[in-house]
Ligand binder design. Structure first.
Ligand code: NDP
Length: 483
């Protein structure tokens, strides 16, 4: 059972453990701006306790389980999650402000990660390597040991699933520090892990602030691998903390992902994806398609279609299940306002805006979707991640200009290309600097099976798919001389 919403507890060793300091933090409902729960404010001592418990589990019952048994546990966990979909979606929606249908989709995605990694657990093979006469050389994939997972608030369940699912499948014990603005669903998911039979200590969650519990986790010498999703600045801090004890770090740091629309594109197919990729989760998606680059011949007509759609979009409380909910917190709302006021000062034209519905409480963190045009490549709006429902449009004349604009930010996470020209599809896929390129589709957030991650400021390392399993293992080479 989830501890009462005012309970002061971490999940350590399959138990609810009070925070050693006794301090708690309020949790606000983004739809209303009201406090609706409290969580434990974890600190270094709580992280010490969680890491020690995980180390015992790795050296004990959890570490001794076969890959097949780990896979079966993940599969059972997936079933339990789906059986509790309504409850989990309700918690996530209240905690983060995402519309209920999005929260329900996130529950399904979480279960899908555990299904995928449950099935993959016993298929993680090493290799044999041809070597000199008289030798047999082989490689063994071993778990790192205890892995640390720092999870953001935008998709708590999905990002937990992709990171913890792969780490557990590979045989690691996990210590998780979720964001204080998105941790309640994960506490319930952890309780389900205990219910389906995960040995104590395989999974541990310490709630609290990033600068306290998160930093302590990244610095902890008992952590053997860190997986972080969040902003480039915090990612840098986590990487430095990891380096202080020579710990490998995987960073997923968001993006400024472009969608390139050529004049020969199927615009009817593109339209819902151009809009969906920026309004999903109110634009608070690492792979949000936040820039649309349009070939000049269709710039005006496509902008007109986008404007028409944007003016119909409605933001409101999560339980009304509209096109988008509120932003997660006041800080995020202020961040979006700052970008929009800079854009206004730079004279960047707004083409269309959606609306915030009358039912939305005044203290909620709402932002109507906004479409802007002729956004200059040097502007902050074009270069930096807004993390809100703000779509920037610009025109291009040819492929070279499209590529230069698309690649001309510090980020490189995802790119979308819309064209019917087969040769161009391949040229664009090769020339765009991004971890994922979608041709005539755009998979914001989807694709459990598809390796995912960035280049440059979008981070390094790959999550999702089989590739993530390699990241959560270390390779040992065994050279046997037998004559
Ligand atoms: P952060 O990068 O600061 O937070 C991400 C995670 O890191 C949270 O769990 C946070 O915990 C934790 N954290 C914060 N500071 C530290 C630290 N010193 N050591 C270890 N962990 C830490 O992002 P914000 O929430 O401040 O959002 C700011 C911007 O970051 C957004 O506007 C967006 O652009 C980007 N972002 C990108 C995400 C992505 O999916 N790529 C996800 C979230 C944000 P806590 O929240 O409890 O402090």
């Amino acid at each position: 059972m989830l501890p009462s919403m005012t309970h002061n507890a971490h999940f350590i060793g399959n138990q609810w453990v009070s925070t050693l300091s006794g301090e708690t933090l309020p949790v606000l409902n983004p739809s209303s701006g009201e406090i609706f729960a409290r969580i434990a404010r974890g600190n270094r001592a709580d992280i010490d306790a969680a890491v020690a418990t995980a180390r015992q589990a790795f050296a004990g019952p959890w570490g001794r389980l076969s890959a097949l048994e780990r896979g079966r546990l993940l599969a059972r966990w997936a079933e339990a999650i789906l059986a509790n979909q309504d409850e989990l979606a309700g918690i996530e929606s209240t905690d983060t402000g995402k519309p209920l249908k999005q929260a329900r989709a996130d529950v399904v995605a979480l279960a899908r990660y555990f299904e995928f990694y449950g099935g993959a657990a016993d298929k993680l093979h090493g290799q044999t390597i041809p070597y000199q006469e008289g030798y047999t050389v082989l490689t063994i994939r071993e778990p790192h040991g205890v892995t640390g997972h720092i999870i953001p608030w935008n998709y708590p369940m999905q990002i937990f699933g992709r990171s913890v699912g792969a780490a557990l499948a590979a045989g690691n014990a996990c210590v998780v520090k979720p964001a204080e603005d998105g941790c309640l669903s994960l506490l319930r998911v952890a309780a389900l892990a205990a219910e389906v039979g995960f040995p104590a200590g395989a999974l541990n969650i310490v709630t609290g602030l990033g600068a306290e519990a998160g930093q302590a986790l990244a610095e902890h010498p008992g952590i053997d691998h860190i997986s972080f999703t969040g902003s480039p600045d915090t990612g840098k801090r986590v990487a430095i903390a990891g380096a202080s004890h020579h710990c490998p770090v995987t960073l997923e740091l968001g993006g400024k992902s472009p969608q390139l629309v050529f004049a020969d594109a199927d615009l009817d197919a593109a339209m819902p994806m151009l809009v969906g990729a920026i309004i999903q989760n109110a634009g608070q998606t690492c792979s949000a398609g936040s820039r649309v680059l349009i070939e000049r011949a269709i710039y005006e007509p496509l902008l007109e279609r986008l404007a028409q759609r944007f003016s119909q979009l409605r933001a409101g409380p999560a339980d009304l299940d509209l096109d988008l909910g509120p932003l997660v917190n006041r800080k995020q709302q202020q961040r979006v306002w700052d970008f929009l006021s800079d854009a206004q000062a730079d004279g960047i034209p707004i083409v269309a805006q959606g609306e915030v519905v009358d039912e939305a409480p005044a203290k909620g963190y709402y932002q109507a979707p906004v479409l802007l045009r002729d956004v200059p490549p040097a502007s902050r709006l074009w270069q930096d991640e807004v993390f809100g429902p703000v779509l920037s449009a610009a025109a291009f004349d040819d492929e070279d200009e499209a590529v230069a604009l698309a690649n001309g930010t510090p980020y490189g996470l995802v790119a979308g290309v819309w064209t019917r020209d087969g040769a161009r599809q391949f040229r664009m896929a090769r020339r765009l600097e991004a971890g994922q390129v979608f041709i005539n589709n755009y998979g914001a957030g989807g694709g459990v099976e598809l390796p995912f991650g960035g280049v440059r400021h979008s981070g390094h390392g790959r999550e999702k798919g089989f590739e993530a399993l390699y990241g959560f293992t270390r390779l040992k080479t065994v050279a046997l001389r037998h004559g």
